[in-house]
Design a protein around this ligand. Sequence first.
Ligand SMILES: Cc1cc2nc3c(=O)[nH]c(=O)nc-3n(C[C@H](O)[C@H](O)[C@H](O)COP(=O)(O)O)c2cc1C
Length: 170
Amino acid sequence: MPETRKLVAYFSRAGQNYVGGSIVDLPEGNSKVAAEAIAEKDGADLFEIETVDAYPTDYTECTEVAAAEKRTGVRPELATDIDTDPYDVIYLCYPNWWGTCPMAVLAFLEGHDFSDKVIRPLCTNEGSGMGSSERDIREAAPGAMVGEGLAVTGGAVVRSRDVIQRWAEE
Ligand SMILES: Cc1cc2nc3c(=O)[nH]c(=O)nc-3n(C[C@H](O)[C@H](O)[C@H](O)COP(=O)(O)O)c2cc1C
């Protein structure tokens, strides 16, 4: 049996964020922490989805930009890319932005062919869970097998490492 090749692709934003009811300054984004926990346990490759135009570190400004992007359905230009062909399983880690994944995640998915690959979504959030992200991911990656996602509270991501790693191993 050929070895299953795994990729952890993530979008995450360091800076001001809303965590547990207050605004805090995150040196490293929550979804990045989750992505690193998976890659470390699973020996998967790690890839960061980055946009050409960085999002504001100011929380309120970022929510405004993200709301406008969601409203218009824009696909922001990406600054990073990876050949996804060799991979069989793609863990996709991202924050919940206004009830779904950031538009950059959809831009990444639409830019590749994930037919017959397994996508495993993990969404960090502050109460909205996965939102509609699983449905939106299925639409953006036709032909992929999108597994049941894991919703992780952003503020609890560090102490959720075990839960995340167990889910990744399933
Ligand atoms: C632009 C923006 C929109 C957000 N919208 C939601 C939301 O609709 N529901 C929710 O539960 N959390 C929301 N959050 C909180 C983030 O999902 C949460 O803090 C997440 O863990 C951030 O991940 P990151 O540090 O990897 O970027 C939002 C945060 C931002 C910056």
